[in-house]
Design a binder for this molecule. Structure first.
Ligand code: SAM
Ligand code: SF4
Length: 362
């Protein structure tokens, strides 16, 4: 007879108490949760792992999130922006290596020069790759007009993490000012969805003041918002930030790692056909962290294509890998031996069936 976790996993619908029970299942039960999530992924999406070549376009940021190493007030880092040639070269590398997609990420910049240039870059990359290279953006909160312009230029996915679905927790990890408003972040996510992007969100796991109830709220937020993609990762302190200043010893990193595996598995079991990222922050804590995330239901990795000389400038948390993991021999940087039964989905965008289903109204 099924007991405990097995009984919950047999259910068709999961409520808050089920989510909490899965989050708090015993260490002995956790492998069952992970296996179940990986089986759900294989059944609904197949066994392909999709790649997004990450281009960290600029570390100039107008915001001051209390956790982030490239926040505006951190004057210890040198600010940079890639040249257009460098971005295009990274995009063409991704195309040549059959990544299928790139993701352009940066600090928040609302200047006309930034917005115009990004539009131009998206058009150029689209033209040079005959529209074959998928383009994901992660450029923060922007106006409806800007989101529309970038979409019209050819970007089709947008990732904006809610960071913490609980408004109270969100407010504790951001400055209390007009630039860091929880409701504005949600409004932006809504606009992104309305514009037609495949819409991604996500949270950090292990934030100060975060409880199990907050994590359950995060899963419920993703479900109720009906996201197409999710990127969740452990919070890792940076000593040059307010949230890292006292806690850079990174206590409980292993716990955050294990909780992230559970969050990925639970989200997969609840939102069966979305894309879920195995984040680089997982790899920072455990060298096999991304492979473990894949074995717990994730299906996307984002190998870093940013030119090596800029890597030290994009340390959003301490210990972020600065090396170049992408080689022609191993373009994902994954140890595929650790994830038998999975293959790389090469040369395709790797869209979610969830997006087509959502936009068709099913
Ligand atoms: N500026 C854009 C934004 O905030 O949406 C995109 C770039 S931002 C660096 C990308 C993500 O990095 C954030 O959404 C946040 O979740 C994550 N991040 C920032 N600081 C972090 C930290 N100390 N530990 C783990 N993740 C962090
Ligand atoms: Fe800027 Fe994003 Fe970092 Fe916040 S998380 S400080 S918006 S780069």
């Amino acid at each position: 007879m099924a007991t405990g976790l097995a009984l919950i996993l047999d259910k068709k619908d999961y409520d808050r108490s089920d989510i909490l029970a899965m989050l708090q299942c015993s260490e002995e039960e956790a492998p069952l949760l992970y296996r179940c999530a990986a089986a759900v992924r294989d059944r609904y999406l197949g066994n392909s792992i999709f790649l997004r070549g990450l281009i960290e376009y600029s570390n100039i940021c107008g915001k001051n999130c209390l956790y982030c190493g490239i926040r505006r007030s951190n004057d210890k880092i040198e600010r940079y922006t890639l040249t257009n040639e460098e971005v295009i070269e990274a995009a063409l590398t991704a195309h040549r290596l059959k990544f299928g997609s790139i993701a352009i990420q940066a600090g928040e910049n609302w200047s006309n020069a930034f917005i115009d240039n990004m539009e131009e870059l998206i058009r150029t990359i689209n033209k040079l790759t005959n529209g074959q290279l998928g383009i994901t953006l992660s450029l923060g909160e922007q106006s409806r007009e800007t989101y529309q312009r970038w979409f019209d230029a050819g970007a089709h996915r947008y990732l904006l993490r809610i960071e913490a679905a609980s408004e109270a927790l969100y407010r504790r990890v951001h400055p209390e000012d007009q630039m860091h408003r929880y409701h504005r972040r949600i409004e932006c996510l809504r606009i992104i969805q309305e514009t037609g992007y495949q819409t991604g969100s996500g949270v950090m796991i292990g934030l100060p003041f975060q409880t199990m109830n907050h994590l359950a709220d995060d899963i419920i937020f993703m479900r109720d918002f009906d996201v197409d993609m999710c990127g969740m990762g452990p919070f890792i302190e940076h000593s040059d930030t307010p949230l890292g200043a006292n806690g850079a010893a990174n206590l409980f990193l292993k716990e955050r790692f294990n909780l992230t595996l559970r969050m990925i598995a639970i989200l997969r079991i609840i939102m069966k056909d979305i894309n879920i990222v195995a984040s680089t922050a997982m790899q920072t804590i455990d060298p096999s962290g991304r492979e473990k995330a894949i074995s717990s239901g994730a299906n996307v990795v984002m190998p870093n294509l940013t030119p090596a000389k800029y890597r030290p400038g994009y340390q959003i948390y301490q210990g972020k890998p600065g090396y170049r993991e992408v080689t022609a021999e191993n373009i994902s940087g994954l140890n595929l031996d650790l994830i038998p039964g999975t293959t790389l989905g090469l040369g395709v965008w790797g869209d979610t069936p969830h997006y087509s289903r959502r936009t068709a109204g099913n």
